[in-house]
Design a protein around this ligand. Structure first.
Ligand SMILES: Cc1ncc(COP(=O)(O)O)c(C=O)c1O
Length: 442
């Protein structure tokens, strides 16, 4: 029995600050023992109260869970927290960042249709679009100069159903002017899908700059620990599906005999519901609740970690720029970067902690540098608490043609760094050890 002299628990965190919401949104009291942490619900399915309750859950009259392929109470904590931090209407967590991008775009484009993306994106996404989406009959065109409105207009066709970009592209930190791309999308009546993995909602919230859908590899900074793979699709809730010059019948028309459309039933969360109910439920890239639990635990400390990540990254980017063994540092927040103005405008110069450094000596230099590091882990991955280093040309970008890599700026001497939250002095002395090896071969 709740006591009348005890303040009622907060259930609506909307008006609270980012730091408070990252800790609390989505939590629910454990009815049995009062456990403080939202419990890990390891159950594939959920008991219907009655015959009629089963029907109510299936026809959408009840929001109680049905089966963990479409939704799970542990994952719901992460979903509500992510929707709140990004400022969206609803979120759906999935099994990886790749699954999030696939689900987000698969919900928009079908065979014979088309997607336009900025050219500088994570290598795995480029492979996904060029290989699997192509096999589904969805074609992709890339815009290389994101400030060139004529290039955008020329690439968009009547069958273009989505525009895709990354806020802080992996690996080159070549930040985009998100509002400018959103204006292109708006002009053509097409939703803008933004991968906000590297920035996280702590550094930028793309919906505030006109994006319609946000995707994440929550494997990275949002989790922070690197202990599990996960992803998320977040609906901004503002795209006008019915008024668009394109048709999105899966949202605007009835999906099932006798039921109104998702737009009529779910309003601003209709797209998220389509991703959950149709794409994820049909194809099955659902998130294990164990990884969902790890994710919402990680989100609780996001802002603290991001502050340290970025402080370390800025100090290291400045330091690297001064070293004689370094050719160039691609960090948009640096005064020397051609993207400095965009970095200032959107990020106050704090463009995350994933960026590229090119050492002298080409691939021999890159090898010497990488092998000389002791704190930085040699691995694929970004956004853990620990620092990591990777040579894109021989790993994430190895399957691309030489001329494509050259155009993307992926060169033999280039390394991707993901700067962690260790002591910056220790990280700099580790990097010095790597550069000493580069000096040894020059
Ligand atoms: C920007 C970006 N998006 C998506 C992904 C894919 O995420 P996941 O590895 O969780 O599938 C990655 C992975 O590195 C990434 O860096």
């Amino acid at each position: 029995m709740p006591r009348s002299d005890v303040a009622a628990p907060i259930t609506d965190w909307t008006e609270f600050s980012f730091d408070t919401r990252q800790v609390h949104v989505g939590e629910y009291p454990d009815q049995n023992r009062g456990a403080r942490i939202p419990p890990l619900t390891l159950s594939a399915g959920y008991v219907f109260d009655s015959f009629d309750d089963g029907a109510a859950r299936f026809n959408g009259d009840s929001r109680e869970p049905i089966y963990s392929r479409q939704g799970n109470p542990t994952n719901a904590v992460a979903e509500q927290r992510l929707a709140s931090l990004e400022g969206g209407s609803a979120a759906v967590v999935v099994s990886s960042g790749q699954a999030a991008i696939t689900a987000a775009l698969f919900a928009l484009a079908e065979s014979g249709e088309h997607i336009v993306s900025t050219a500088s994106i994570y290598g795995g996404t480029r492979i996904l679009l060029g290989r699997s989406f192509r096999r589904f009959g969805v074609s992709v065109d890339y815009v290389w100069d994101t400030d060139d409105d004529a290039a955008w207009d020329a690439s968009i066709r009547p069958e273009t159903k989505a525009i895709f970009t990354e806020t802080i592209p992996n690996p080159r930190n070549d930040v985009v002017d998100i509002a400018r791309i959103a204006a292109v999308a708006r002009r053509h009546g097409i939703p803008l899908v933004v991968d906000n993995t590297v920035a996280t909602p702590y550094l930028i919230r793309p919906f505030e700059h006109g994006a319609d859908i946000v995707v994440h590899s929550t494997t990275k900074f949002l989790s922070g620990h690197g202990a599990g793979v996960s992803g998320a699709v977040i609906d901004g809730g503002t795209f006008d599906w019915a008024a668009s010059s394109r048709r999105y019948p899966l949202l605007t028309d009835s999906l099932r005999r006798g039921l109104p459309s998702l737009l009529e039933r779910f309003g601003p969360a209709a797209y998220a519901q389509y991703v959950r109910e149709a794409v994820v439920n049909d194809i099955g890239p659902s998130l294990s609740p164990f990884n969902g639990f790890l994710l919402h635990q990680g989100i609780e400390t996001l802002s603290l970690r991001m502050e340290r990540h970025v402080d370390n990254a800025i100090a290291i980017a400045h330091w690297l720029e001064e070293q004689p063994e370094v050719e160039v540092v691609d960090y948009a927040g640096l005064e020397s970067s051609p993207l400095h103005d965009i970095a200032q405008h959107y990020y106050n110069g704090r463009t995350g902690s994933v960026f590229a450094v090119t050492v002298k000596g080409g691939s021999d230099g890159a090898r010497a540098f990488t092998n000389g590091l002791r704190i930085f882990s040699r691995m694929t991955g970004i956004g853990d608490t620990r620092s990591m280093v990777l040579h894109p040309l021989t790993t994430t970008h190895v399957c691309f043609a030489d001329d494509l890599n050259a155009r993307l700026g992926i060169t033999a001497g280039m390394l991707r760094l993901s700067v962690g939250i260790e002591s910056v002095d220790d990280l700099i002395s580790d990097l010095r050890g790597g550069l000493d090896r580069v000096a040894g071969i020059l």
